[in-house]
Design a protein around this ligand. Structure first.
Ligand code: 2P0
Length: 322
């Protein structure tokens, strides 16, 4: 019996993934570009060979759809696997606006493949993680990561790739938790509805690759204004496709709009800060780390709490013989 423990950070898309070209293989319709975020992380231990399948999440043994998704991922890694024990803990609050599925499936993939003594390249690990949850394929690397949509029907060219590591540039992501509560519509369902019903969806597809290219260049040049502008363009286009879906998908709450306006006001006063929102109400603000205190201060009146995150490092794993 072998166990392995992996650690992975969540990531935030600066240029968003929204839409699937293949549901079964979880292939995206667009490329995306993310920043891996520390210090928050998921720790996942997989024991390969226990007397029955068991899954623990944040201190409790779980059953139901979340456990089924974890165990199906182990089946994907090895269809002839033995029963396994998975113990996964996040050191960050769920509902804080950063998907724990990204760090969760990155850590699960890494720990399970190590415990199964599979010798896989990091690209293969990313491809596996993608099938658990799309954004997870970006959390294997630290710093800035690009996920190319790929062209091949089998998805072997659709995985993360590092652009610049976490020491490349001292940027912060300031997260304003403006509203607590469960997500109204999950990402997968939201993506399908948007693709099927939004009249703006084709524009989203037509402009995404150019946005990724612009963001990639901005990261390499450390051009915060260019990166901030393309990040806002991507997020507002994604939300425009959501808002024009039928029925409309409105993830925003009043606090979301108030926080956006506060950041725009700060920018008018000369501070470089730009907003992004995912499939939820929380507002995340990109800035140089020297400006993070100013950003945190102007968000405070609109948020239940404000967290300042920095670039995180790559996912790691160690194997232990039980
Ligand atoms: C992203 N999001 O690029 C986008 C932006 C939310 C909005 O990836 O269906 O959990 O498991 O592949 O990765 C959140 O969705 O979706 C997400 P699935 P995932 O980060």
């Amino acid at each position: 019996m072998i166990s392995a423990t992996a650690f992975a950070h969540p990531n935030i898309a600066l240029v968003k993934y929204w839409g699937k070209r293949d549901l079964r293989l979880n292939l995206p319709s667009v490329s995306s570009l993310s920043l891996t975020l520390g210090p928050w992380r998921t720790q996942t231990r997989v024991t390969w060979g226990s007397y029955e399948d068991r899954v623990s999440l944040d201190g409790s043994w779980i059953e139901g759809s979340a456990a089924v998704k974890v165990l199906a991922h182990l089946d994907r890694i090895d269809p002839r696997r033995p029963p396994c024990t998975v113990v996964s803990d996040n050191d960050f609050p769920t509902g804080a606006g950063l998907a724990s599925s990204a760090s969760g499936f990155a850590a699960l993939t890494l720990a399970a493949c190590a415990a199964a003594q599979q010798d896989r390249s990091i690209d293969e690990l990313s491809i596996l993680a993608r099938q658990g949850s799309g954004s997870a394929c970006r959390s294997l690397w630290g710093g800035f990561v690009q996920w190319n949509r790929g062209q091949r029907p089998d998805g072997t060219d659709s995985h993360g790739a590092p652009i610049a590591d976490q020491d490349h540039w001292d940027v912060s992501m300031v997260v304003a938790v403006v509203h607590d509560g469960p997500k109204s519509v999950g990402s997968t369902e939201g993506m399908l509805r948007t693709a099927q019903t939004s009249p703006l969806y084709q524009t989203w597809l037509d402009t995404a690759e150019a946005n990724v290219h612009t963001a990639h260049e901005a990261v390499l040049k450390r051009d915060i204004q260019a990166l901030g502008e393309v990040m806002e363009s991507s997020t507002f286009k994604m939300h425009a496709t959501m808002h024009t879906a039928s029925p409309p998908l409105i993830y925003w709450q009043p606090g979301t709009v108030a926080a956006i306006q506060a950041v725009f006001e700060l920018r008018k006063r000369g501070v470089g800060a730009w907003v992004t929102m995912d499939a939820g109400p929380q507002v995340k603000v990109l800035c140089l780390s020297k400006d993070a205190d100013d950003v945190q201060r102007i968000l405070q009146p609109h948020a239940q709490r404000v967290e300042v995150l920095r670039a995180g490092g790559p996912a790691t794993v160690r194997v232990h013989a039980d």
